[in-house]
Design a protein. Structure first.
Lengths: 315, 517
């Protein structure tokens, strides 16, 4: 019951957060210099041409009126129409949402257990060779932006050693899993950043857990070391780590924007990059809202899992 | 070194009274004749995978302002004429044209039996609707005024129409080949952004915004001799390294609008054809004649002597271009008179500046990295200016901000223009004080507007050249835009792409391209 109440409270909070996000996004995009009229017509257009296009697109309406109209339509399940392309936004989002989800979930599925395992291995002998090696690689990977890692990956595996495609060239209605080779580099780039961060968080937590009195007691009682780690330390390590992974979702989503654009992968990131270039406010609004919802739901799920893994919190 | 030769526009009798005599040329596009002469039979079939860095702003052929949008419209729509290698009009959807009243009126005859992709037959009503849209500011978008100074248009039967100009306009048949002059269907003319429908060799199949555009062969195309491909898939890769990887990995057949660095790498690789060819495309440094300190002609003149144009071509274009001379026509153009060559002369620039009364000068120069290599050009200018005590701060800002807050508003910024086959687009619309691309709406030299009006109205070639020459001399001496270079087109195709020709006027022509086995 307590868990259900927790979920309900968090869901309500998420709805409020999404409303605030939509308001902020709308405000920020409209404060930025330029709009879809200047972006589409370019620098050669006269002010009269830009004004005519604004009128055609309804951009001459007051901001508050436009926001309310958008919100009303959204509450009725209508994401609106792209200002740039004149197409309904919902179909634009659907295929891309699936593609981004595949990329993100693959990253999480591979990176999360791997990062936790690396963190544990590093923590078992703090200061040892393996720990220092993992630490050095993690710091290096974390210091490099995904964009740079992606470029290096394309150079290394698509140009110097041409074994993998350096670009996905995928359409939103294509199933990315049908072309696994096109997923390898984007997923590896996303994994690299995540491994670095989560492994170091796990390492720090594990060192703390291994130094706790109940673990020391178990060791002194002669419980086999492997059993100490797996049965006693790991259950206490997992809840905070899962919460961290949930928090890290935002980083993965941010990485998707960069990686999808770099690898021409038809996901939400690619869509929003293009929409921002052209100040296509309804598309930006819809995409940001979806991403915020995904982040909120991911966080909620992580908290629920952490709750279920912690008897003290469940009680 | 000889300057590259640009196509010469000669307003011959064929231009004024054209079409019928050149009918035989309609089956073959300029430059594709070489294949016919060599006896090579183009292979039919295959899908061309065509890669560009930027997705189109929109699919409306008249309103689009992006090269990708214009390349899409070139595949799906037709123009009334095509241009041959000398920029002479060839019959296309129009089979004949006749200039009346010294070019004040034009009578066009349309090809019969041409169908739109939705099955409707092309008639003069479609052409009239297209031209009418182009003169309606609220509906034309970027294509406003594309057909020239049109006053009115009237259909005279299903295949004939009369176009009346506001002034004699000898270049009308050449202007008809312009990118924004695709012929649109009267029905649905304002909804082509959502439902493209042309008479071109390819029909629209699918658009995935930001990802790709797919077009497929239109079986009812009136000129199957230039239609070899089963379709074209245009894909968009923003990052140059990824674009290069796609080309080298065989994922695409053609990459265009590539950075010069990519061209330099790819031209050394076997299995690819790297193309670098002169165009009339150029970057400018706008020194706005309606804003301080450039309202002072001496300051504008001083600035002309600051950049080292040869060095900029070498450093910013890696040699893939030619120095400009502050006129908007490239070297070799038939209309260019003998003009003094403007070279870097810093003492003279300083002297002119002193004469202008401006002792200290510190100014922001805006540019955008989205229009490469303009920032390098502006940076080179800034460094040279600093040697004579002028401070030019380079402001590199995103294109959207640039389009909104810089163009037409700031005193000094870089801009980009693509080459044009006509004096109307290449000179008149840029320099006449009431023309659309004269950003400051300034007549930079007394009498220039009158000379430009006379240039456009003049139908006789010799007289026209003379008037154009006089106007260009005035422009060079007083212009509020510097043209430091003309840049080459650069692109790469795979070896199996045949019949590709580097575009002279910005967009790639897929008619006539075929894929070898």
């Amino acid at each position: 019951m307590q868990a259900l109440g927790f979920i309900l409270r968090r869901t309500l909070l998420l709805a409020v957060v999404l409303l605030v996000v939509s308001l902020l996004t709308f405000g920020i995009v409209n404060v930025l210099p330029g709009d879809v009229a200047t972006a589409v017509l370019g620098d050669m257009a006269t002010p009269e041409q830009a004004a005519a296009l604004r009128e055609r697109l309804g951009l001459d309406e007051p901001l508050a009126q436009r926001y309310l109209a958008w919100l009303t339509a959204l509450l009725q399940g209508d994401f609106g129409t792209s200002l740039q392309h004149g197409q309904p936004i919902a179909p634009l989002l659907m295929g891309r949402l699936g593609n981004s989800a595949i990329l993100g979930l693959l990253t999480l599925t591979i990176a999360a257990p791997l990062a936790v395992a690396l963190g544990i291995v590093a923590a078992l002998r703090p200061g040892g060779l393996l720990d220092r090696l993992i630490g050095a690689i993690a710091v290096g990977a974390y210091a490099l932006p995904e964009y740079v890692i992606g470029l290096l990956a394309i150079l290394a595996f698509s140009i110097w050693l041409p074994v993998l495609p350096g670009t996905s060239l995928m359409d939103p209605n294509e199933n990315p899993l049908a072309r696994p080779e096109a997923l390898v580099l984007p997923v590896c780039v996303l994994i690299t950043g995540m491994l670095a961060f989560i492994s170091q968080i796990t390492r720090a937590s594990m060192i703390q857990v291994m130094a706790s009195p109940y673990v020391r007691t178990a060791i002194l009682k002669g419980v086999p070391f492997r059993r100490v780690v797996l049965k006693h330390a790991l259950p206490n390590l997992l809840p905070p780590t899962i919460t961290e992974i949930g928090m890290y979702l935002g980083y993965v989503i941010g990485g998707l924007v960069v990686v999808e654009t770099l690898f021409s992968y038809a996901g939400l990131g690619q869509l929003v990059t293009n929409a921002v270039s052209y100040r296509d406010v309804p598309v930006i609004q819809a995409t940001v809202l979806l991403v915020a919802a995904a982040y909120g739901i991911g966080n909620l799920l992580a908290d629920v899992v952490a709750l279920l893994l912690t008897p003290r919190l469940r009680a | 070194m000889m300057p590259p030769r640009m196509p010469n526009l000669i307003l011959s009798r064929r231009v004024i009274l054209g079409g019928a005599a050149a009918l035989t040329g309609a089956a073959l596009l300029p430059g594709r004749r070489a294949y016919a002469q060599s006896g090579v039979v183009p292979r039919k079939g295959g899908v061309l995978r065509f890669c560009r860095p930027d997705p189109p702003d929109m699919l409306d052929p008249m309103a689009t302002n992006s090269f990708s949008g214009m390349e899409f419209s070139q595949m799906v729509y037709d123009n009334l004429v095509m241009l041959d290698a000398d920029a002479q009009p060839l019959p296309w959807l129009a089979t004949a044209w006749e200039g009346l009243k010294d070019g004040q009126e034009w009578l066009l005859t349309l090809r019969e039996g041409v169908r739109f992709h939705d099955g409707q037959t092309l008639t003069s009503a479609d052409v009239a609707a297209t031209i009418e849209r182009s003169i309606d500011k609220s509906r034309a978008g970027a294509g406003f005024g594309a057909f020239g100074p049109v006053q009115s248009v009237a259909a005279e039967g299903p295949t004939k129409l009369r176009v009346t100009m506001t002034m004699p306009f000898g270049e009308f048949p050449v202007v008809l080949a312009y990118r924004a002059c695709r012929i649109l269907p009267a029905r649905g003319i304002d909804s082509l952004r959502e439902t493209p429908n042309g008479t071109g060799p390819f029909r629209f199949k699918e658009f995935q915004p930001g990802s790709s555009i797919t077009v497929e062969k239109f079986d009812g195309y009136w000129n199957p001799d230039v239609q070899h491909l089963d379709g074209v898939r245009m894909v968009f890769i923003r990052e140059a390294v990824a674009m290069q990887a796609a080309m080298r990995g065989g994922q695409v057949d053609l990459i265009t609008q590539i950075p010069l660095e990519t061209y330099l790498v790819m031209r050394r690789l076997p299995g690819f054809k790297a193309h670098s060819a002169p165009t009339g495309d150029y970057h400018t440094i706008q020194i706005m004649g309606n804003k301080e300190p450039f309202t002072n002609p001496k300051v504008r003149q001083a600035f002309q002597y600051i950049p080292d144009r040869k060095a900029i071509v070498a450093a910013a274009l890696f040699g893939q271009g030619v120095p400009g001379n502050d006129v908007t026509l490239p070297p070799g153009n038939v209309y260019l008179p003998q003009l003094p060559v403007i070279e870097q002369d810093l003492p003279r620039a300083r002297k002119l500046l002193d004469e202008s009364g401006v002792k200290e000068l510190s100014i922001d120069a805006y540019t955008t990295s989205d229009r490469q290599p303009a920032p390098k050009m502006v940076l080179a200018f800034s460094e040279a200016a600093s040697k004579i005590g002028i401070t030019v701060r380079v402001r590199d800002i995103p294109y959207t901000e640039y389009a909104a807050n810089v163009a037409r508003k700031m005193p000094m910024y870089s801009s980009y223009f693509s080459g044009s086959a006509t004096l109307y687009d290449g000179v008149y619309k840029i320099h006449h004080s009431k023309a659309i691309y004269n950003y400051g709406n300034t007549e930079v030299a007394p009498g220039l507007d009158a000379k430009l009006d006379a240039m456009i109205a003049e139908v006789d070639l010799a007289k026209r050249k003379q008037v154009a020459g006089e106007a260009l001399k005035l422009i060079q001496a007083h212009s509020d835009r510097m043209v430091p270079y003309f840049r080459n087109y650069v692109g790469v195709t795979s070896e199996k792409v045949q019949g590709f020709e580097p575009p002279k006027y910005g967009t790639i022509e897929t008619r006539g391209i075929w894929l070898s086995a």
